[in-house]
Design a protein around this ligand. Structure first.
Ligand SMILES: Cc1cc2nc3c(=O)[nH]c(=O)nc-3n(C[C@H](O)[C@H](O)[C@H](O)COP(=O)(O)OP(=O)(O)OC[C@H]3O[C@@H](n4cnc5c(N)ncnc54)[C@H](O)[C@@H]3O)c2cc1C
Length: 383
């Protein structure tokens, strides 16, 4: 049976996230976009409201939200500021591998303190020579008795410069390629970790994106997630779960683009009439509303499949890819509807376009999402 009715709890979560976005994020979005400073104050408020730990089970002090619940709140928060939201989402991206693959002991040791005291999370997979080809990571982890020694570097890591806890993907058997990748829990204060370049980005400038270096970083062997060689699967399973949230962030941008456009089109007058009365404007708005709704169905479906424990790799890829593509289109149309004013920093819509672009790139580019979808749709081919 299909039921799109939100429960009372989901409606309350949605409202709480919307209030937070409107009161705590939107008023400072332009400030952090321009200054490129990290918004510790907003993150602290988000932590206090439970948004940084909402994916962590209640047993460890988190919100215990389902993936569908997360999609509902992610849309609202990203509508407030996608840059701030990306730093919030990176916390759950960083802890999802522990939630999914951690032992009871690891969950008690690492998740519970994260819920008690704000500890930003990060997911450290990408390297200079291993982006789309994520299995090609060169960072090495060598076992030495009860420890692993990690050497290497990561780039483009969201929260890389501000996180307290990283999930790090490193190779324990380089000759095995992707099957030699393992996942580790690494605490920031471990000696040998340093932060490199903090990237100066086109959009989502409120999020911190940095290089992270590991030089003889000695961590307990007990920090290995799953077993040696399971890292690539952990990375991909994590994405199957979290890509719905990226799709939801895109919904937030598309929704903001639509709301700003509707409001502006009713007040801007040309040739003696509000531009909302011109069919050219109406068709743009109808298209934005239609695509937003279609994308929301994909995102909610992908999140729901994940909550049921059903295969959702293809659907999560579709949700992330389609939603981010329509968010780009919606942001572009919003600028068009605002005319010259839309191109200016004084209005909020040009930021939406810069922010939306990133959603087509991280957590796997949209080309990689299309590869995932095609691989599943086409199946094996005899050559
Ligand atoms: C702001 C920001 C934040 C990020 N945050 C994180 C993070 O928190 N953690 C993390 O680990 N990573 C993070 N990333 C990294 C991100 O996931 C990678 O940038 C992304 O996966 C693409 O890798 P790449 O940049 O190396 O591009 P490349 O892999 O070099 O790709 C370049 C182009 O080639 C295309 N391409 C590559 N291979 C194929 C193929 N087989 N078929 C068709 N087209 C292909 C790509 O789609 C792309 O258009 C972040 C990136 C950015 C920009």
């Amino acid at each position: 049976m299909i039921d799109y009715t939100l429960t009372e709890e989901q409606k309350a979560l949605q409202e709480m996230a919307r209030d937070f976005a409107l009161n705590e994020m939107r008023p400072v979005a332009a400030k952090y976009d321009q200054s490129h400073d990290f918004a510790f104050d907003v993150m602290k408020k988000a932590f206090d409201a439970g948004f940084l730990t909402s994916n962590i089970p209640e047993a460890y002090g988190g919100g215990g939200l389902s993936n569908l619940d997360l999609a509902i709140i992610s849309e609202e928060l990203a509508a407030g500021c996608a840059g701030l939201f990306t730093s919030m989402m990176a916390c759950s991206l960083g802890t999802t591998p522990i939630v999914q693959f951690g032992t009871e002991e690891q969950k008690k040791k690492f998740l519970a303190p994260t819920c008690r005291r704000m500890t930003l999370g990060a997911y450290a997979l990408t390297e200079r020579e291993a982006g789309s080809d994520a299995g090609a990571v060169k960072t090495k982890a060598v076992k030495a008795g009860d420890h692993y020694i990690i050497n290497g570097s990561k780039c483009f890591i969201t929260n890389g410069g501000v996180a307290g806890l990283y999930t790090v993907f490193a190779n324990t058997a380089p000759h095995k390629g992707a099957r030699g990748v393992s996942a580790f829990i690494v605490e920031r204060e471990t000696p040998g970790i340093s932060i490199g370049k903090v990237e100066d980005k086109m959009g989502q400038r409120a999020s911190n994106t940095a290089e992270v270096y590991f030089e003889d970083v000695k961590i307990p062997a007990a920090n290995l997630l799953g077993r040696e060689g399971l890292g690539f699967i952990i990375a991909m399973r994590t994405f199957d779960t979290t890509r719905a949230s990226v799709g939801a962030a895109a919904l937030g941008i598309a929704k903001a683009a639509l709301e700003y456009s509707v409001a502006y089109s009713k007040t801007r007058r040309t040739f003696g009439k509000a531009i909302a009365l011109y069919q050219a404007t109406q068709f743009k708005i109808a298209q934005m509303a239609m695509e937003l709704q279609a994308a929301r169905h994909l995102v909610w479906h992908a999140a729901w499949l994940s909550d049921q424990g059903l295969p959702n790799g293809k659907e999560s890829a579709m949700a992330k890819c389609f939603a981010s593509d329509i968010a780009m289109a919606a942001a572009s149309e919003a600028i068009q509807i605002h005319g010259g004013y839309g191109y200016m920093r004084d209005y909020p819509v040009e930021k939406l376009l810069r922010d939306a672009k990133l959603l087509q790139i991280y957590e796997g580019t949209n080309e990689i999402q299309r590869l995932v979808i095609a691989h599943e749709v086409i199946g094996p081919v005899k050559d």
